[in-house]
Structures are given as structure tokens and as C-alpha cells.
Design a protein around this ligand. Structure first.
Ligand code: DGJ
Length: 596
């Protein structure tokens, strides 16, 4: 009895504190897990951040040349260069042929060396899976895949000639890639699941068809022939259907599918329901150029590829993107099942005014974002490799519809220094990464290194302001010299420094690319960083006049701003503008005020 009473008392007391105990347990579990959680993506306002060790991470990156991580001793020779570039992230290839030299026999020693090499230097990694496709081709497929072309078939061109592009329509190809990729992810989890040196993975590299818009392999054509099969099933006895028009594109390309009866049959197949459902469910949010293709063909929700998307070469590309996307989806899902790091795809961009096939057709391109999203829901985002001049245009095309911007490759040139500020400031990019980052004779003098040194200081502020509408970026050259923005209660006119005409080079035919970012920390208060920019502050029409209260040059030390010089004299043209010359990037703190 006594026992029972005391037991009851104990139970009552226990239950009284139960919520507190549960809460405490939950909080401690959460706290214990947060820093150690797998790197993942998280929305912050309009931005998406990469979270590593429980904190947002801004990737100041560089992608290695294709062959650099194929040898540990070569990596050892370039680590010192990489360490001097002020970067915190390396994008490094992992090669299918080197991790699986014999079928089913995996050797991850290179990957292990790479991860330990980076970790030792406090550098993070994004792994690039050079699997089935690398720049459209299958050059990194293992020898046992390359040589066994019967088991692992290639894509066919319109003359039935195989190209060294593994066909995405063949299950054996998919299974082999999937197996290797999931073994890789399993290994990464094993040696890095606690440390998170590896933060993200790129699945394949620059997928696309060259030089044709689509694959003419019989299996590809089989994929199209669902309708024909269906017609046979329901009409094979009745013969209501008497004939099929199998070619609709004659004249679209010099070598249309006339020579390939199977290919033409394939075009009679229905667009899969999954894609049709995506179109219907996302009609209001489709990318405008894709929506217009669909609308031009009549916005149909049933029919063959050409019925739904039109009798254009672009339909070949849409069709091909779908099947590349389905393949990649399976590879990605298999990898994520082992270790669900964020995974993305990169695109070789479509050269303007060129037809699919004249550029790598069907990759994760701006006009195909919807197709890829529908086909590959396990892919977290699509990313542009920007080698073309109109950097701002490409950034904008990928910063759409909730696709966060990350630039895994950019042409390695002095302009990168300004482009990094622009991408991170104007598009809240998760990161920026010039290609072949190690290929510099003088890393200390690389313009990107100077920018990264500044961006490193600004990182906490940038991350805090991402997604809040308080940060903008600028990018200027001779063709684009001025931007006007409204931020923090003031109108700000930003220009290329050479618009002042004070630098002797301003008379040159070509101006260097310059740029920067501005972060508003309060009404009339801003941090401005970059190089080759000049900002002035005309008051709003009918409003008070605006004056510069102060401009300070300085640095962030462990996240705290330290002013070093007041710049209210010649450096600001006696209070007329804020200027950062083209000499080197820097940070200035600006305070404005209004008077009348
Ligand atoms: C883009 C590719 O993704 C890289 O691997 C490399 O081939 C570069 N092009 C070369 O410019």
C-alpha cells in the first residue's frame, strides 16, 4: 500500500515535469544535431542558403581544371596556390572511370585524399560527378563501359551513327551509373558524414546532345512509341486508325528523321502524364519562354510531343531534356538514398541564335527549367556555367521561379572580381566559382583573390541580409554604365568609375568590367564594396536635398566593423560621391542625410 502511494506520488511528480523533461530532451537533441546536421538548403525570405554545421555558408569558390583531382600528387602541388586565393570552397571532379576501374570494384583513394587534403586546409568541397556525361560526352565512363557498347549503347545520330554519348534511354547505362554514384555517396558519408567537408554534389557535368538535338538510338525511339503500342492494343482488331504520320519536321534541319523510320514512329508517342500534370499544375508559374512554346502549340494536355509542343526542332530538345532528366533523377535519388547532400546540375549555355544541337541541346537550360524540374524533382537547383559575355542576363535567367543562383563555373578572367560582387549582391547567389581556379602563376595577385578577401569579411553581413531586400549589386562595362536604385529611403545612382573621366583609361575603347554591392543596414546607412564604382545620391524629385554625412574606409574583423580612414575630402569629391577606384576592391561605410 505504502509502496503504491509513493509510487503514485512519484508518477504524479514525474508527469508534472514530463513536458519540461520532453522539452529539455528535444532542445538538447536539436542542439546536438544542428551543428552536425547534413549540409542542406534552407529558405531565408526570397533567398536560399546552404546550411553547413547548422550555419549559413557562402561559397567563395573555384572549380578545378578537369584533370587536377585525378592525381593526389598533382593536388599536392596545387594546394598551396589554392590556399592563397582566399577561397573557402573547391569544386572538384570525381571520375567514374577512376573510382570503378573494374565493374563492381571501387577504389575511392583519390576521393579520400581529396577530402582529407581539403579538410586539413579548412576548405570545403563540392564534388562534381563525372559519370555518364561530361560536356555532353561520355569520356569519363570506365573502359568496361566504353568497350561494351552492346551492353551500354551510345546515342545515335540521324544517320544511325553512334556518338560517344551514353544513351539516356538504356536501363543498363542508368543502372551502371546509379550504382557507381550511390557507392560514391556511401563512401562520402562514411568518411565525411560527421565532418561535412563535402557540402554539395553536382550530378554529371553539362549534360546535352551534340551535334544533334536528340538521341536517335532505337531505345530512344522505343520511348516514343507508347502511343503506337496503345493504338495497336485498342485498335489492332478494328483498324479505325489506318495510317500514322511519322515525320513532322522535314525541312527543320538538313538531316531530319526521314532516314530513320523508327525515330519517326517514336514521334507519335504521347507526352508522359507526369510532364502533362506538371504543365497543368504549374501553368501560372511556367517560365514565360516555355509557356509560350506550349501555348503556341495550343496548350494541349494530351497528345504526342509534336502535338503538345509543336512541329519545331525545339520539341526534339524538350523531349530529350525530359529523358535526360528522368535518367538523372534516378541517379540522384539513388545517391541521396545513401547520403542526401544538396545536389544540382550545371548547364553549358545555349549560344544565342543557334539551334539545338548547335549548342549542347537539352541540358538544364533556362528555357527548359520546367522540363528538368518536372523530370528531376530530386535535383535541388539548376546552375549556369557562364562563359558568355552577358553575365547579368544569365544570372537573371537562373534566378527565377525560386531557383537559387549558384555559379559553378565562370570564365577565369579579371572581370570575375566584379562578377562575384554582383552575383552575391544582386542575386543572393549561394556561391561563385571561376573555372580552372588553380591555373594562375601568381595567386596573390589574382583579382578574384582580392575580391574574396573582401567578401570573406562581409560574409556574415551578406548572409544576414540575404532574402530581405536590403542588398543590391552592380555590374558595369562600357555598354552598361549606370544603374539607379532606391534603398534605405534614398535614391542611389551607381556608375562605372570611368564615367567620371578622371582615369586616363576612360578614353579607351574597352572599359574593364567593374562592380560591387551595397548593403543597407539602416535608413541612410550602407556598406558599399567592390571596385571601379562611383555612387551619387540625387534626392527624390520634390524631396529634400541629400548630403553625405560621412564615408569611412575600413575592414571587418571577426564580424566587427573597424573604420580606418574618414574619406570626406578629395576621396568623396568633398561630399559629392562615394568612389572605389579600379585599383583594388574595398569596403566603405556610408551615411547619408537630408537637408533643406
Ligand atoms: C565547361 C565544363 O563544364 C568544364 O568541365 C570544362 O570543360 C570547361 N567548360 C572548359 O572551358
Amino acid at each position: 500500500m505504502i509502496k503504491t502511494k509513493s509510487m503514485k506520488k512519484f508518477i504524479c511528480q514525474y508527469f508534472k515535469y514530463l513536458p519540461i523533461i520532453i522539452l529539455t530532451l528535444a532542445v538538447s537533441i536539436a542542439l546536438a544535431q544542428t551543428p552536425n546536421s547534413i549540409p542542406h538548403l534552407q529558405k531565408k525570405g526570397s533567398a536560399t542558403q546552404l546550411i553547413v554545421e547548422g550555419k549559413p555558408f557562402l561559397m567563395l569558390g573555384g572549380e578545378l581544371g578537369n584533370s587536377s583531382s585525378a592525381s593526389t600528387s598533382y593536388m599536392n602541388s596545387i594546394w598551396p596556390t589554392l590556399e592563397k586565393l582566399n577561397l573557402n570552397t573547391i569544386l572538384a571532379p570525381v571520375y567514374w572511370e577512376l573510382i570503378e576501374p573494374q565493374e563492381g570494384k571501387f577504389d575511392f583513394s583519390l576521393v579520400e585524399d581529396l577530402i582529407f587534403g581539403a579538410r586539413q586546409r579548412d576548405i570545403h568541397l563540392v564534388l562534381l560527378w563525372f559519370g555518364s556525361w561530361k560536356n555532353s560526352m561520355s569520356c569519363y565512363a570506365p573502359e568496361w563501359v566504353k568497350k561494351d557498347y552492346v551492353r551500354f549503347p551510345r546515342s545515335r545520330d540521324i544517320n544511325n551513327k553512334p556518338a560517344e554519348i551514353m544513351s539516356p534511354f538504356v536501363k543498363a547505362n542508368l543502372d551502371a551509373d546509379k550504382k557507381a554514384f550511390s557507392e560514391l555517396m556511401k563512401f562520402v558519408k562514411k568518411i565525411d558524414g560527421e565532418n561535412h567537408t563535402v557540402m554539395m554534389v553536382q550530378v554529371e557535368n553539362e549534360i546535352g546532345m551534340l551535334p544533334n538535338a536528340r538521341d536517335y538510338h532505337p531505345d530512344a525511339q522505343k520511348a516514343f512509341s507508347e502511343l503506337v503500342k496503345f493504338v495497336k492494343k485498342i485498335d489492332g482488331e478494328n483498324h479505325t486508325v489506318m495510317m500514322v504520320q511519322v515525320e513532322n519536321e522535314i525541312g527543320m534541319l538538313p538531316n531530319a528523321r526521314d532516314y530513320h523510320p523508327d525515330a519517326q514512329k517514336a514521334f507519335s508517342s504521347e507526352v508522359p502524364k507526369q510532364l502533362i500534370d506538371y504543365l497543368k499544375n504549374n501553368k501560372k508559374n511556367l517560365m514565360p519562354e516555355f509557356l509560350s512554346v506550349w501555348e503556341k502549340a495550343g496548350s494541349k494536355t494530351k497528345g504526342t510531343w509534336q502535338e503538345v509542343f509543336g512541329k519545331e526542332i525545339s520539341t526534339d530538345e524538350i523531349f530529350m531534356a525530359w529523358y535526360f532528366g528522368k535518367y538523372v533523377e534516378e541517379v540522384t535519388a539513388a545517391g541521396k538514398a545513401e547520403y542526401p547532400l544538396p545536389m544540382y546540375l550545371n548547364a553549358a549555355l545555349n549560344r544565342p541564335n543557334k539551334l539545338p544541337g548547335e549548342y549542347p541541346s537539352a541540358g538544364p537550360l533556362p528555357h527548359l527549367i520546367d522540363v528538368w524540374r518536372a523530370a528531376s524533382p530530386s535535383i535541388d537547383f539548376l546552375a549556369p556555367d557562364i562563359y558568355f559575355p552577358d553575365f547579368a542576363k544569365w544570372c537573371a535567367l537562373y534566378d527565377r521561379g525560386g531557383n537559387p543562383l549558384f555559379i559553378p563555373e565562370a570564365r577565369y578572367e579579371p572581370a570575375c572580381s566584379a562578377k562575384a560582387f554582383y552575383a552575391l549582391g544582386n542575386h543572393q547567389a549561394m556561391g561563385f566559382s571561376p573555372f580552372s581556379i588553380e591555373s594562375t602563376p601568381d595567386p596573390d595577385k589574382e583579382p578574384i583573390s582580392a575580391s574574396y578577401q573582401i567578401l570573406k569579411q562581409l560574409t556574415p553581413l551578406i548572409l544576414e541580409h540575404q532574402g530581405t531586400g536590403t542588398m543590391k549589386g552592380f555590374l558595369f562595362d562600357k555598354d552598361h554604365q549606370v544603374d539607379t536604385i532606391h534603398l534605405g529611403g534614398y535614391q542611389i545612382v551607381a556608375k562605372h568609375d570611368f564615367t567620371l573621366g578622371w582615369s586616363p583609361q576612360s578614353k579607351d575603347e574597352i572599359w574593364p568590367v567593374t562592380g560591387g554591392m551595397i548593403i543597407c543596414t539602416g535608413e541612410g546607412e550602407y556598406f558599399v564594396a567592390g571596385n571601379g564604382i562611383v555612387l551619387s545620391f540625387p534626392g527624390e524629385k520634390g524631396g529634400k536635398t541629400v548630403g553625405i554625412n560621412s564615408i569611412d574606409e575600413g575592414t571587418f574583423e571577426n564580424g566587427t566593423w573597424k573604420s580606418s580612414r574618414r574619406l570626406n575630402g578629395d576621396q568623396s569629391h568633398q561630399g559629392r560621391h562615394l568612389r572605389i577606384t579600379t585599383d583594388k576592391p574595398e569596403i566603405q561605410f556610408l551615411k547619408l542625410y537630408k537637408y533643406e
